[in-house]
Write a protein that binds this ligand. Structure first.
Ligand code: UD2
Length: 299
């Protein structure tokens, strides 16, 4: 007991001792220069993390958007999440959609302690506005309900499929994900916004990583700060008749860079492309972007 308070000890756990001179991964970067861990298979112990997480009684919300034709991706997205996402833990699926009754008609069954919450939102004509306005919609709901319903938010695209474990190892104050197309490339190849007039501008000689727009999250308060910042940066650009080259993704990259924000970075295991096959450093491919006919699905 410390100061009369009962110490909250974790359950006894048995596992191999971490070896200071034998790092579990030597083939990949596992920490950023500002000391944010980069999460790769082999670098963490799920039992320890689950034990800590359960003791705190934290709750997780998974947000996604199924607007217009993207509703077709929702059922397999949630069904695969049921198999691989935070298995055994309570999860609120927050589905932002312009077709609430069609979502109900999908009859998606989720396990005990998990629920689907439908949030009806307007749809925008341009697909670029649909993807960008996610920042505004998430930030609005942070204050309305996320803050009282969950501790952490995971915000992802819907045209995706889970196919291996994604658990509490991803959670941190604020996390971002290495974009699968850029993590081995040089700064000059990063598709940051390069026009100084834009709020998302990043000069050629700056930048740590290129983060994907389709996978970020963290504590509700941090997700609020991130989404609110990106939304207001977009509004400023809109008033000046400029739109960043990769929409929400460009604003997210500048937010992360100039705040040195991600406190944890997810490796491409957490976001891979269906058409890219595999790679030697990927011990697991957990979540993949499905191939889609962009022109068809966005109109
Ligand atoms: C990338 C990013 C995406 C966003 C976008 C910006 C990844 C995996 N994806 O994907 O997050 O930053 O670039 O250009 O990093 N949506 C609808 N209905 C629509 C259009 C979009 O619901 O009509 C939602 C849906 O959840 C979709 C998401 O917005 O998954 C992103 O749109 P996208 O998948 O068309 O964007 P994409 O593939 O260019």
């Amino acid at each position: 007991r410390i100061n009369g308070q009962k110490e909250n000890r974790l359950q006894r756990m048995l596992y191999p001792k971490p070896e200071t001179l034998k790092p579990p991964r030597t083939d990949v970067l596992t920490v950023s220069p500002w000391l944010a861990p980069i999460v790769w298979e082999g670098s963490f112990n799920t039992e320890i993390l689950n034990n800590q997480f359960r003791q705190k009684g934290w709750r997780v919300g998974l947000t996604t958007f199924a607007i217009k034709k993207y509703i077709r991706f929702l059922k397999p997205f949630i069904e695969t999440a049921e198999k691989f996402f935070m298995v055994g833990l309570p999860v609120n699926y927050y589905v932002f959609t312009d077709q609430a009754s069609n979502v109900t008609d999908l009859n998606i069954i989720v396990g005990t302690g998990r629920q689907i919450i439908i949030l009806e939102v307007p749809s925008y004509e341009r697909w670029q506005d649909v993807t960008m306005r996610r920042m505004q919609m998430i930030s609005d709901v942070c204050q309305q309900r996320f803050a009282s319903e969950v501790d952490y938010l995971v915000c992802v695209d819907v045209d995706m499929r889970f196919q291996d474990h994604v658990g509490v190892e991803i959670l941190s104050d604020v996390f971002g994900t290495l974009h699968p197309a850029f993590f081995v490339k040089g700064r000059d190849k990063f598709t940051y916004e390069r026009r100084p007039e834009s709020q998302a501008y990043i000069p050629e000689d700056e930048g740590d990583f290129y983060y994907a727009g389709g996978y970020f999250g963290g504590k509700v308060e941090e997700v609020y700060k991130l989404t609110n910042h990106c939304h207001h940066a977009m509004l400023t650009d809109k008033a000046n008749n400029i739109e960043a080259i990769w929409h929400d993704e460009s604003y997210l990259n500048s937010y992360f860079l100039y705040n040195k924000k991600p406190t944890k970075i997810l490796s491409p295991e957490y976001l891979w492309n269906e058409m890219d096959g595999t790679a030697f450093y990927l011990r697991k491919i957990r979540f993949i972007a499905l191939q889609k006919n962009m022109a068809e699905v966005r109109t």
